[in-house]
Write a protein that binds this ligand. Structure first.
Ligand code: ZN
Length: 115
């Protein structure tokens, strides 16, 4: 199967291990042959790198989101890892700086986007 050539800043749909879904990504670096070596998820901004065509994630295991960071802006569907509550997923953005996050079977209201 011929491989598509990519260019830096090109948008592409790819599986994101943090979002756990196909999402739009922006190509950050490519090889001379136009193969993606690094791209960033437009949704959660996690960086994915590729070696020999195999996707590897930096700094986090698949499925577990990034550590919860109150200064970060979250969107519905994003995964996070909370130091107290563990693995969670944003179920709703309540107010510009409040989100509902489902941890296991409990929903917690957290703040986000705090500068
Ligand atoms: Zn993502």
């Amino acid at each position: 199967m011929p491989k598509k050539k990519y260019a830096i800043d090109e948008k592409t749909e790819a599986m994101c291990s943090t979002c756990d879904t196909e999402s739009a990504h922006t190509v950050v670096t490519v090889t001379k042959l136009g193969q993606i070596t690094k791209m960033v998820c437009d949704v959660c901004e996690s960086v994915s790198t590729f070696k020999s065509g195999v996707k590897t994630s930096i700094g986090m295991s698949s499925k577990s989101g990034s550590p919860y960071d109150r200064t970060r802006k979250y969107r519905k569907g994003q995964a996070m890892l909370h130091s107290t509550f563990g693995q969670g997923e944003v179920t709703a953005v309540i107010e510009p700086q409040k989100i509902d996050v489902l941890f296991g079977d409990q929903t917690r209201r957290l703040i986000h986007a705090q500068a």
